[in-house]
Each structure stands twice: as structure tokens, then as C-alpha cells.
Unconditional design. Structure first.
Length: 329
């Protein structure tokens, strides 16, 4: 979106006039082409269908371009980045999402800088190969692995953070890459866009009513449930809670344990309050973010009907979204 200088209203960004809005782009010694949805989509309205359109577009243009930059609203950017990281396995070119806290057209917008640097990073190579070969988010002078990020601020220009994985690059006067932390894949690039949206998320809170949990579990066709738990994966040990989770798992529901904390990881069995979850067959999400866990479960459930295999795959990296901790098992 951009701000109309006459009315102050937010209006869809006209990509046909991209160079006019950001004339600095003309100084790049690269060919820039643009694609856009027919109608602008607020990031709060992003759905699986939009993720599929983006992934399929990248797949259809994969052989024609050295890299891809996606302009995206900030609210669901981490979800889109996570989803794309699973939809585009064995990626060997940069797919960089960026956006702004202040729309282009606002005097102090951060959008121009984010866009310019994203394009620069997407075009950078080393020994003839793209430096970045994964889905990433560039925001506020830092490049992050997309499926490791979350939006932590509605106010700051550096609105995103990656608390459990180092940034991939820092952009100041120069762009400094952390080469050892960049993802590299050996397989053949694919596009796999199926996503199962029969997944629910429940944040565990003091005073949670049994009726709330049971109503979610009883949703027709539900295949996955993500529990946002305390600390390193802890929950209340009330009989009704544990019995509901046990029955859900026995009934074929994949239940995943994600910590509410931004930093750290789920370690089921560290405390008595999480030991029972392991015994009941609940899967640890390790140090994955909610966004990465949610979209990963949607991805796995669309390609695997054996729920025990889905649970096993949740703790194995697909696109660098999780650290291999021995404590996970």
C-alpha cells in the first residue's frame, strides 16, 4: 500500500509506476520486472490461496530470474515466509520478503530502503551462485531466515526478530553475510503448494475452561492442534486437560507443543508438567516459532496421512526452521 499525497488515504501500490515511486531502482545494473495481484490484498487477509499463487508464480518464473523480492504487509509476513519455505523445497535462489512500517508516500517511510536493499541482496552472487538460496525476510537493516522470524513490534522500524537463529546478513554501509548460517540444499527444486487448513491453535492460559478445549478438539475434520504452552512446554496437569489431550491423540489428532516464549525451546520432560505430554504422544516443536510450526503442520498434513509420521517429521528440519536438539525426542 502507499499513501495518496493529496488525500492521505492508503491506496494500492501501482507497480507499473514502481520506478517513478522509487527512482533509485534505476541505478541498479539489473533487469527488474514486476508482477502483482489484480487487487491489492491487505496482509491481514492473506490466505492459503495467496501463498499458492506466489509459490506457483515463482515456480513458473524460476528459470528466468536470479532472484525474487516480494512486497508484503507486515502483519502476516512471517506466516507467508514460513509457508513459502515449505512450498519451495530445495530452493537455490533468493526469495526475499520485505515491506514497511510506514507506507511508501509517507515522508519518513522505511519502505524505500527496505525495497532497495532487498533487491540488492537478491541480486548478489559469489562465485557465480546466489549468496542467498532460501526464503528470507529483510527488514530494518537485517536479513533473517523467513521461517525463523516473527513480528515483535508495531512501532519500531526493525519490526521483526529471529530470537533462536542468527541473522543471515546485516546491511549498513556494506552488506555483511553470515555465510556459515546460510541454507544450502542438495535436492532438485520443486513447488509443493498443498496445505491443509484443518489445524487449530490454542493458547494455554490460567483458568482455561474444559469446554473451550473440548470444543476445539470436536471441530469436524480437525487434523492438527497446536498448543501454545508456558515456558519450556509446560501445561496444567488437571485430569480433564490431560484426558482430553490423550483422547485427541488416540483419535488421530496431531498435537504439537509450541512455547509462548519468544526465545528458547520446548523441552518436554524437563518439568513434571510437561512429562505427561510426552507420555500422551504430544510432539515438541523445539525452537520453532508459532508461524513456522503452524504452516509446517499444514504442509505435512497435506502430504502424509499417517499421523505418527507427521509427528516424526515435525521435529526434523525441512527448510532450516528447527534446530536438531537431542532433547526433542
Amino acid at each position: 500500500m502507499m499513501e495518496d499525497p493529496m488525500t492521505g488515504a492508503l491506496v494500492p501500490f501501482n507497480f507499473d509506476h514502481l520506478a517513478m515511486q522509487v527512482p533509485e531502482l534505476m541505478r541498479f545494473d539489473v533487469q527488474l520486472d514486476t508482477e502483482s495481484f489484480d487487487e491489492a490484498v491487505d496482509s491481514s487477509d492473506m490466505e492459503i490461496g495467496h501463498w499458492k499463487r506466489i509459490a506457483n508464480l515463482i515456480g513458473s518464473k524460476y528459470g528466468d530470474y536470479d532472484g525474487f523480492v516480494i512486497l508484503h504487509g507486515t502483519d502476516t509476513m512471517a506466516y507467508t515466509a514460513s509457508a513459502l519455505s515449505y512450498m519451495l523445497p530445495n530452493l537455490k535462489k533468493p526469495v526475499i520478503l520485505t515491506g514497511s512500517q510506514l507506507p511508501i508516500g509517507v515522508l519518513r517511510t522505511d519502505g524505500k530502503e527496505n525495497l532497495i536493499t532487498s533487491i540488492q541482496i537478491a541480486s548478489m552472487k559469489k562465485e557465480g551462485q546466489p549468496i542467498v538460496q532460501e526464503v528470507a525476510i529483510y527488514f530494518g537493516s537485517e536479513l533473517f531466515r523467513g521461517n525463523r522470524t516473527f513480528k515483535y513490534s508495531t512501532e519500531d522500524f526493525d519490526a521483526f526478530d529471529s530470537p533462536n537463529y542468527t541473522e543471515l546478513a546485516n546491511a549498513g554501509i556494506h552488506v555483511f553475510f553470515h555465510f556459515d548460517d546460510l541454507l544450502r540444499s542438495e535436492g532438485v527444486f520443486e513447488v509443493k503448494t498443498d496445505m491443509c487448513n484443518s489445524v487449530a491453535v490454542l493458547r494455554v492460559v490460567p483458568g482455561l475452561k474444559p469446554e473451550v478445549l473440548n470444543a476445539i478438539i470436536a471441530v469436524k475434520g480437525l487434523k492438527g492442534l497446536i498448543l501454545e504452552t508456558y515456558g519450556s512446554g509446560n501445561v496444567m496437569t488437571h485430569d480433564w486437560f490431560l484426558e482430553s489431550i490423550e483422547n485427541a491423540v488416540k483419535g488421530g489428532l496431531v498435537v504439537v507443543n509450541v512455547t509462548q516464549c519468544n526465545r528458547g525451546f520446548v523441552e518436554q520432560g524437563k518439568y513434571e508438567t510437561s512429562t505427561r505430554l510426552s507420555e500422551l504422544g504430544v510432539t515438541s516443536a523445539g525452537d520453532m516459532t508459532l508461524e513456522a510450526s503452524y504452516t509446517k503442520l499444514m504442509h505435512l498434513l497435506s502430504y502424509e496421512t499417517d499421523t505418527s509420521k507427521v509427528a516424526q517429521c515435525m521435529i526434523k528440519p525441512i527448510a532450516g526452521e528447527i534446530t536438531n536438539f537431542s532433547a526433542l525426542v
